[in-house]
Design a protein around this ligand. Sequence first.
Ligand SMILES: Nc1ncnc2c1ncn2[C@@H]1O[C@H](COP(=O)(O)OP(=O)(O)OP(=O)(O)O)[C@@H](O)[C@H]1O
Length: 868
Amino acid sequence: MNLYQKQKKQRQRTNMPLEISFEELISIKQQTGGSKCCNTKGVKINAHRVGCLGTEALEPVEMIEHLKGGLGKQGQIVHVKKLKAKEGVYVEIPENISKEVKEALEQIGITRLYNHQAEAIQLVLSGKSVVVATSTSSGKSLCYNVPVVETLSESSLACALYVFPTKALSQDQLRTLLKLKEALNIPDLNIGIYDGDTPKEDRAWIRDNARIIITNPDMLHASILPHHSQFQHILSNLRYIVIDEAHIYKGAFGCHTSLVLRRLRRICSTVYGSSPTFIFCTATSANPREHTMELINLDSLELIQKDGSPCSPKYFLLWNPPLRSVDGSMNPGKDEKTVLNRRTSPIMEVSYLFAEMVQHGLKCIAFCKTRKLCELVLSYTRDVLKEASKHLVDAIAVYRAGYIAEDRRKIESDLFDGKLRGVAATSALELGIDVGHIDATLHLGFPGTVASLWQQAGRSGRRAKPSLAIYVAFEGPLDQYFMKFPNKLFGQPIEHCQVDSHNPKVLEQHLTCAAKELPLCLQYDEKYFSFGLQQAMTALRNLGHLGNNPTGDLSKNMWSYIGPEKNPSHGISLRAIENEKYIVLDKSTNKVLEEIEESRAFFQVYEGAVYMNQGITYLVDELQLSTKTALCHKADLKYYTKTRDYTDIHVVGGDLAYPLVNDFESEHVKSMAHANNCKVTTSWFGFYKIWKASNQIFDSVGLSLPSYSYDSQAAWIRVPESTKKAVEAQDLVFRYGSHAASHALVNVAPLYITCNASDLGAECANPHDKRAIPQRILLYDRHPGGIGLAWQVQALFGELLIAALELVSTCTCVAPTGCPNCVQTLTCDEYNEVLNKEAAIIILKSIIEAEKCYFEQRNNLHENSGQV
Ligand SMILES: Nc1ncnc2c1ncn2[C@@H]1O[C@H](COP(=O)(O)OP(=O)(O)OP(=O)(O)O)[C@@H](O)[C@H]1O
């Protein structure tokens, strides 16, 4: 009997509602194998562990030995990779750089350049557009800052536009540029940030006077381009467009940004006669040149990737939590068929490691995939520190989205100044914000891409000192794959950055904006928007959004926007950024603790909710829906809460009569899967109160909250009626099987497409809801608006079905509900209830067989009718 079954039985005896608590969820879904928190007195956080009490300073390499003899002595360290130090390849600052700029560089400590910097600078100064794809902290900023200040100090009119994906990076860059400007002593070299946070009263001045404007794609789209005449000064003198962190522009956000950049190029050239040089900087990937050329539709671009920056040694450890049998003993059974072995909680492993780093003087970032995991890691690490080094309890914090900008700036500067020794962070800290020297990074689970793992690990060792990165695995198939094949992490970059700028829907959206900015003309504008232009313009004309002479020749006329919106760009969001947010207010101090996106709010705050922020517990007294405010107060509570909810996915459109949509010739396994728009609706109907110490539910409270819906996209396939019958013939319940089969697809998807398992949701059967659910396997994009994953899933559906079947049928776990290696997922909306592995195997086999038969029959039909 596994842990879940034991708990289920126990509940049945005590008449408790059948539900899995969050702690249990973690113990089951993430395979803690019974490691429970018993932080009653902070003596031991885990029944099998006592944290290290030492506080002597250790270097990263000493830390490895320390871990081998202590925390990691159960064999957790499955691989150690030493990435050797590399000498920098320096060159003198090129002759053609002015004396003033050279002196300014010297003043900020730059006396020589790395060879890739010199190469980039020379190419840019000769008018060539470039993409610099070198490692993290390799001095990419100088590749654009030097040619920009050189040109801008030579010509008092020349201007530059910097585009960063986040406001925090813009602030960081402003600080760097201001230092350079001070050293240069050019008073009229005005630099300004123009983003959503720029005060209204400063905007006109920046528009008229700044020679370097720092902005983001959203601001370009919604403010700068629609009002381009107000930016005449900068646009007509624009010499450079800098696009940093270009690898971020992929998926739906990349597609939108690419069309915004094309709109920008068109306005610069057609209206203001400027033809700026582009400077891209990007993380290493398999296709930096192709990706950035596609972003802006350039014909040529110089690629710089011979990295001349020095790097200090980095030790990369792969850490697999130890196995233990489900009864909690640390002696895992040898016979995997009869004894259920589970790994201890990776969350606890990371918490102990985090405490170790901080205690031994290593400044550390612990990267976690979700905000909740950050809070948990902080809380557990504090518990460990309370025992070992009480004075360090407040030397760690959480850094994540949701915190207001001011609080985040404070955490960044406290980390920089050393007031903080560590943060548990989401990928919000992944991009290049300078937080000073970091000695170690911890990675709780695979972040979704190898590039992202390296980007995170690159946050340490930026100041020429040795550094340490420890990747701690969950038990899911992806993490365990890397634990088995560590070298997959250390080879050439494997991931491609994909951007599909030809998506007709997105193209049409941006063409309405472009036509509003300046009438469109097929003859002149194809070079910006490429081959889909005519079709998209025709569609817009037919919709009545473009007008000129409706009977006239589309190719020669100018077509203006005549659609219903005053400013079409306002209705188009580049990324699924939710504008509607709930604020969480501490009643006693009136301090805003957090801003939570509407889609997540009711999971965290409702009347009676126990809410966590920076490891502190609050009780929510009131949720004001009209003002979107949750009022709470600090409370030392012995319980936590968890919502009861369900999520419905309504597929919009989809040709049900003729399901075949993926019948084109491609290298993929043919499939009848669909991809459609969908509406995802979550309804909350109550919450449980659960004792922290025992994880027992002691109260169930009803909730009346409005449901929340968002539009997204889903990929799905219908399950034949005969399959359902085959499942039922084995005395199994179909919905248990379809739920489990969908999970298996979610688990294998990250091996095939660039995404995290948490980016995809499955249609999860709810234990309390007995409504009939559609007979289908459905995966949906969990990002409101969708980031294009459903289309990728649809194209690969055939492969995913086969991989999912292999995963489930080769997993040796014995429980009918499967395990996180096969049919359980961390992101299940229903906490991995209502699952059946055996039924999943029948369903997957049957769909694969049905698809094979269908395509064979089609082929035969075509052959017989002479079509092939
Ligand atoms: N030629 C150089 N000589 C000495 N130090 C340099 C040189 N070029 C850059 N640096 C230093 O290297 C550090 C990293 O530079 P920078 O932030 O530009 O790197 P990056 O590649 O943009 O980083 P990220 O990958 O995080 O975006 C900075 O402290 C910078 O001052």
